[in-house]
Design a protein around this ligand. Structure first.
Ligand SMILES: *Cc1c(COP(=O)(O)O)cnc(C)c1O
Length: 383
């Protein structure tokens, strides 16, 4: 019995369907680790780093314990600290600016583009001026490839180079996406990603990675993830922490990487069907010309005047879950209110936080179920 009853709740992300598809191969992969018992720095970790480097084109991949650690490790390696300004979009997951604050530096929040939801280059330029006026040293910029779509990396790279900033790309939601035909991973000094289970390439726990072409940075990151070790384990030459990826998670990721491109293609089909079914009643996401998204989220904007809570409740009553990424931009969060924002404020971030809502998207969303979601959205808006 596999028919879809109209009342069956739709999963927001269907990890169980992926688990069924992977089947015994993933049990076997985990079983091999249980047999060799090299739970830390086992052979699968090295294999995964090589596979991710081949996949992305990056020279070095340093796996680590989470996407947040990945950001923080790069900031530590580059000596970012008190008095330094690091520019972040405010419409993002809190880890982006959080890592900056944890490093002791100052996140300076800049605005985003209303179409791509990614960092607005003009706002970044103004933010750099704001930071200098506040007596901060502009040090780095963290563009986020939000919801799976690459940021405007070329424009941001030019601004950063002119101002002497390094670029740390937060691709936690977009590993596998392409920018002008190239996969993310080589467009910035360092690109970080996350393998949290709900990300498009997720493991069975926490995990992350840093991609870079810089030999020295890669070596420093490898040291930081093991307590700043030097030539041997008990020689500590810098600050560091326990930042490693577990071997079991690497084994899981090696299996998932084999089907990743196929899953990305399936996610794109889902996005195309949403655009076709909803494009005339809500603002559907658009991917900038020449780029591709991996659709970590499918985030629409509701028409002006729509009661978002009532809309979400109407969908929920039909078994369709939604999520709001992000109901508050970072500068509106209690923990981050004290940090500076670009002169002129963040009107686009604040507008998006009011009118966005995300629909279920994953590689196993079949056409009848998606049709049901589309009808529920249309019905809720017509009501
Ligand atoms: C998920 C996410 C992170 C953090 O990744 P974790 O692995 O959960 O630490 C950082 N930045 C963005 C944009 C994210 O979506």
């Amino acid at each position: 019995m596999n028919q879809h009853l109209r009342s069956d709740p739709v999963p927001f992300i269907d990890l169980a369907a992926q688990r069924r598809r992977l089947g015994q191969s993933i049990d076997d992969a985990v079983g091999r680790v249980l047999a060799h018992c090299q739970f830390i720095n086992g052979p699968e970790v090295t294999q995964l780093e090589a596979a991710l480097a081949a996949y992305s084109g990056a020279k070095h991949v340093v796996s680590c314990a989470s996407g947040t650690d990945a950001l923080q490790m790069v900031l530590m390696a580059k000596g970012v600290g008190p008095g330094d300004a690091v520019f972040c979009p405010s419409f993002t997951f809190c880890a982006t600016g959080g890592a900056v604050a944890l490093a002791g530096a100052t996140p300076v929040f800049v605005d985003v583009d209303a179409v791509t939801f990614n960092m607005d280059a003009d706002s970044l330029k103004r933010g750099i001026v704001t930071a200098r006026q506040l007596g901060l040293r502009p040090k780095a910029v963290i563009p986020v490839d939000l919801f799976g779509q690459p940021a405007d990396h070329e424009t941001i790279g030019v601004i950063a180079a002119a101002e002497g900033l390094f670029v740390l790309a937060d691709a936690a939601q977009a590993f596998g996406a392409t920018y002008k035909g190239k996969r993310l991973g080589t467009l910035a000094l360092a690109t970080t990603t996350s393998f949290f289970p709900a990300k498009p390439l997720g493991c069975f726990g926490d995990g992350g990675a840093i991609l870079t072409d810089d030999d020295q940075l890669a070596a420093d990151l490898r040291s930081i993830r093991v307590h700043g070790q030097g030539s041997d384990k008990y020689d500590n030459v810098r600050l560091g922490f326990t930042g490693r990826l577990d071997t079991i998670q690497a084994a899981v990721l090696l299996e998932k990487l084999k089907i990743f491109d196929d899953e990305i293609a399936a996610r794109n089909k889902v996005a195309d069907r949403y655009a076709g079914g909803l494009g005339n009643i809500v603002t559907v996401p658009r991917v900038a010309q020449g780029n591709s998204s991996i659709w970590a989220c499918y985030t629409i904007r509701l028409p002006a005047g729509t009661d978002r809570d009532a809309f979400a409740a109407a969908l929920k009553a039909q078994g369709v879950p939604t999520a709001i990424y992000y109901a508050k931009s970072m500068h509106q969060q209690t923990a981050y209110r004290a940090f500076p924002v670009v002169d002129g404020g963040l009107p686009v971030c604040e507008m998006l936080s009011q009118d966005v809502i995300s629909l279920p998207v994953h590689a196993y969303l079949d056409e009848p179920t998606q049709q049901r979601i589309i009808e529920a959205v249309r019905g809720a808006l017509a009501a």
